[in-house]
Design a protein around this ligand. Structure first.
Ligand SMILES: NC(=O)c1ccc[n+]([C@@H]2O[C@H](COP(=O)([O-])OP(=O)(O)OC[C@H]3O[C@@H](n4cnc5c(N)ncnc54)[C@H](OP(=O)(O)O)[C@@H]3O)[C@@H](O)[C@H]2O)c1
Length: 194
């Protein structure tokens, strides 16, 4: 716990890591400024809404841009957008624009701060993250261009699962899903100090 808050990363990726170079595979989280499985896993979106509702969500400016204007700011949550651009504005006074992760944390009004991506913001927050909420998608997606900053080996080595639930597409809890997935909550094997 830093800043007196629980910092939780929330992300989705294929369980099948993509080779990006020799001996290195990473989990794809995005392609062309979007997520490759858009619309295929409604249960993931419903879980995201349920978990983050009434809390702060922190996102990078590119992830903000990827949300269709009619859905942003995300309703019933404190939206915090990180940018290095001092002139950036969302045009919505309810949205907090922060210029560092520390500023984002200090602006947050909830006990849990949800780090909702993308890759640059996951990389910034990972060293101080308490929990990772990972939706694991059992399908391969080609041509991803944005990757979760921790390799699968890092995730399995430094983190351990505290909750795991499998969802079969079309069955209970995943009635409208088109692909199988699992929800995996990970905690650090060694807790952070401070
Ligand atoms: N699978 C998932 O769970 C998931 C979740 C979220 C997003 N995504 C995907 O991820 C992709 C976007 O990720 P991304 O890594 O390209 O971009 P991003 O992390 O969403 O945003 C990057 C932007 O954040 C700002 N930023 C970065 N570091 C900063 C710092 N230290 N201080 C202040 N601002 C900082 C900069 O904004 P400025 O350029 O304005 O300075 C930078 O361009 C998209 O494809 C999206 O669909 C996937």
């Amino acid at each position: 716990m830093l800043y007196g808050k629980t910092i939780s990363i929330i992300f989705a990726s294929s369980v099948f890591a993509s080779p990006i170079c020799e001996n290195r595979s990473l989990l794809v989280i995005g392609k062309d400024g979007d997520i490759p499985w858009r619309g295929k896993i409604p249960s993931d979106m419903e879980r995201f809404v349920g978990l983050t509702e009434y809390d702060s969500v922190v996102m990078g400016r590119k992830t903000w841009d990827s949300i269709p204007p009619k859905f942003r700011p995300l309703a019933n949550r404190q939206n915090i957008v990180l940018t290095n651009n001092p002139r950036f504005t969302t045009g919505n006074s309810w949205v907090v624009v922060a210029h560092s992760l520390e500023e984002a944390m200090r602006s947050s009004m909830s006990e849990t701060v949800w780090i909702m991506g993308g890759a640059q913001i996951y990389a910034l927050a990972l060293p101080m993250t308490d929990e990772i909420h990972w939706t694991m998608i059992y399908e391969k997606f080609k041509g991803g261009d944005t990757f979760f900053p921790g390799s699968p080996n890092y995730i399995m080595g430094d983190w351990k699962s505290s909750y795991f639930q499998f969802f079969k597409a079309g069955e209970i809890g995943a009635e409208r899903d088109q692909v199988n997935s699992a929800y995996n909550v990970l905690r650090r094997r060694t807790a952070l100090c401070g």
